[in-house]
Design a protein. Structure first.
Lengths: 344, 263
């Protein structure tokens, strides 16, 4: 017996996929001989680069995929929010989709009935709820998905990246409810590239690399992991700390290249706190959309500033920080624009 | 999770998905549910015109004869054509949510059953009006209602089992979609829909009976239009659907473990 304190138990678990082409198939181990025990109420963050096996691990725990060998046991109702809009059907109204998706997440239809209004209010879709969701904006769809998921009452909650969604106001609301869930003593397993978020929310960190556990423990794992990743980024950071050189260097990185910056103020609270590390991807100025979080160079501060895209005015982007008390309004031109902040 | 909770959850889920499937088919159509009866009716007219005027079949009441055969055939063919590529079409859902995969197939088949039952109901009412006296009409309606409900139940199990096996194997062997599409067209002439078994030589007739579909079609035609049939043998035969479904479920469950590998 494993006792009633265990929420998730993995014994020597492997997951093998086959890489196929027309001539042969090669086995590929997404997870190899993994042992993991998660206690009830633990908040566990899964760290690792793309392809390290994070999603496979979450899928096995969620019961979406089956292990090739070994044993996966879960105790309690598992709800996975790997893609909160997967169960949506475009032709149906928001209300009909609430029922479909909620039942998919393990709720009973009569439970959904009593939660229906709460979900609609949370998503802020009052007058649109009976329209087909192909008429919704992508933000509205995500809000609805999140609102349903948050009401599914799981014992074990599995969150994949991109969970904090929607526009500025909704992101705050979403963040608050995630925090609330964390306070409820539920078992939560999540993977995200938003390291600051993980740092604030989790006590335990499991670092995966090539399908195996590199490190498992408290905050020290996060530190090690960051160090390891920092070494990867080093060659992209200029040795000369002169501000203008830094700007030139960043500005000249090709589109799609990423760099890491540390927040030096609280203008984007509560999503980004002072001292948090954020990942910025170089992007095309013309591709930006309203509501995105962007990084730009401020001549006044001689530093990188991270704000949210508020509106477009005469070819310039007017930006605002989420925290209205601290942030000034910014004006960004193509010349001073650096990139898009990942994870928002 | 207690056993009873799991079961009622399973049923709720099937109910909701079936409803979705039915609604989806008639979203944004002008005639809506009218298509349920219009569809087999038009099919009957088209096929009937060919085999009445171009290649005349010597069968009494040929249009009724056709319709009675088209009802069970439509249920089988439409279910199979719909469910064969279903799991791959629903890949996004299967890869992102944990639920018993067979529910998708069950809901699609049940939605087709709904259509067949509505069309059969209309057909039954129509035939009832053709009866001579009030008493015989009443007897005809009640007895046929119960008997056809009974056989539709067993036929459902047969169709479901076939769809479960084919849809699960399709995930691995994509050629199956072509095979099914051609097979359904071919099979249409391999079962007695446009012709009657009595037109065939004895030996050939025996061979056709190895196809379970033939037996079901004959039963439904017998229930609606009469004729001669060994009802006992057909009943015993129909009950073979039960073990068939159990085997199909086993195959489906075994295959579903590897769906993730083949998507």
């Amino acid at each position: 017996m494993t006792g009633s304190k265990t929420a998730v138990l993995l014994k020597r678990v492997s997951k093998r996929y086959f890489l196929r082409n027309s001539f042969d198939k090669k086995p590929f181990f997404a997870l190899q001989n993994l042992n993991l025990k998660i206690k009830k109420g633990e908040k566990v963050a899964i760290l690792g680069d793309n392809g390290a096996g994070k999603t496979t691990l979450l899928k096995l725990i969620a019961g979406i995929a089956e292990s090739s060998s070994g044993e996966v046991q879960t105790f309690g109702k598992v709800v996975s929010l790997i893609d909160i809009t997967a169960g949506f059907h475009q032709e149906f109204s928001g209300r009909e989709n609430i029922y479909l998706n909620a039942v998919l997440l393990g709720l009973r239809p009569r439970e959904v009935k009593s939660l229906e209004q709460e979900i609609i209010d949370f998503a802020g879709l009052a007058e649109f709820i009976d329209q087909a969701i192909y008429t919704y904006s992508s933000g509205m769809v995500l809000r609805l998905g999140f609102a349903i998921a948050i009401h599914a009452e799981p014992d074990i909650l599995i969150l994949d990246e991109g969970i904090i969604v929607g526009d500025q106001d909704f992101q705050k609301k979403a963040y608050d409810s995630v925090e609330e869930i964390f306070a409820q003593g539920k078992t939560i397993i999540l993977s995200s590239h938003m390291l600051p978020l993980l740092k604030r929310l989790c006590q335990r960190f499991v670092w995966l690399e090539r399908g195996q556990i590199m490190m498992d423990g408290g905050q020290e794992v996060l530190l090690e992991y960051k160090k390891n990743r920092a070494s990867l980024q080093l060659e992209k950071t200029p040795s000369n700390q002169n501000a203008n050189l830094l700007f030139d260097f960043l500005k000249n990185l090709p589109i799609g290249e990423k760099f890491i910056a540390t927040a030096s103020s609280g203008s984007m609270e509560p999503l980004i706190l002072k001292g948090d590390e954020i990942e910025v991807e170089r992007a095309d100025f013309a591709d930006l959309k309203k509501g995105e979080v962007i990084a730009f160079w401020s001549e006044d501060l001689q530093n990188v500033v991270v704000h949210r895209f508020y509106k477009l005015e005469k070819g310039k982007i007017v930006t605002k920080g989420d925290n209205n008390l601290v942030a000034d309004v910014g004006h960004v031109e193509e010349r001073s624009f650096l990139g898009r902040v990942l994870g928002f | 999770m207690t056993e009873s909770f799991a079961w009622s959850y399973y049923l709720d889920f099937i109910y909701l998905l079936t409803k979705k499937e039915i609604k989806l088919r008639y979203k944004r159509t002008f005639l809506g549910l009218l298509w349920v009866i219009l569809n087999p009716l038009l099919q009957m007219l088209i096929i009937g015109l060919v085999f009445q005027f171009f290649v005349p079949m010597r069968i009494e009441n040929y249009f009724l004869f056709l319709f009675a055969g088209l009802l069970p055939w439509g249920f089988f063919a439409n279910s199979l054509l719909r469910t064969t590529p279903l799991l791959v079409q629903e890949r996004a859902l299967i890869q992102k949510a944990a639920f018993p995969r067979e529910i998708l197939v069950i809901a699609a088949v049940l939605a087709n059953l709904f259509h067949t039952l509505v069309a059969s109901g209309v057909f039954l009412v129509f035939l009832t009006f053709l009866q001579g006296s009030l008493l015989s009409a009443l007897w005809f309606f009640v007895s046929r209602l119960f008997l056809s409900a009974f056989f539709f139940g067993l036929f459902l199990l047969f169709v479901l089992a076939t769809c479960l096996i084919v849809s699960a194997i399709y995930v691995r062997v994509r050629d199956l979609n072509f095979v099914v599409q051609l097979g359904v067209q071919l099979l249409f002439y391999g079962v007695p829909i446009v012709y009657s078994l009595s037109m065939l030589p004895e030996a050939f007739r025996q061979i056709l009976y190895f196809n379970p579909l033939v037996s079901f079609i004959e039963v439904f035609r017998y229930l609606f239009l009469g004729g001669d049939l060994n009802l006992l043998a057909s009943t015993i035969f129909a009950f073979l659907s039960v073990p068939y479904l159990l085997v199909a479920l086993q195959i489906f469950r075994k295959e579903s473990k590897n769906f993730d590998d083949w998507f």
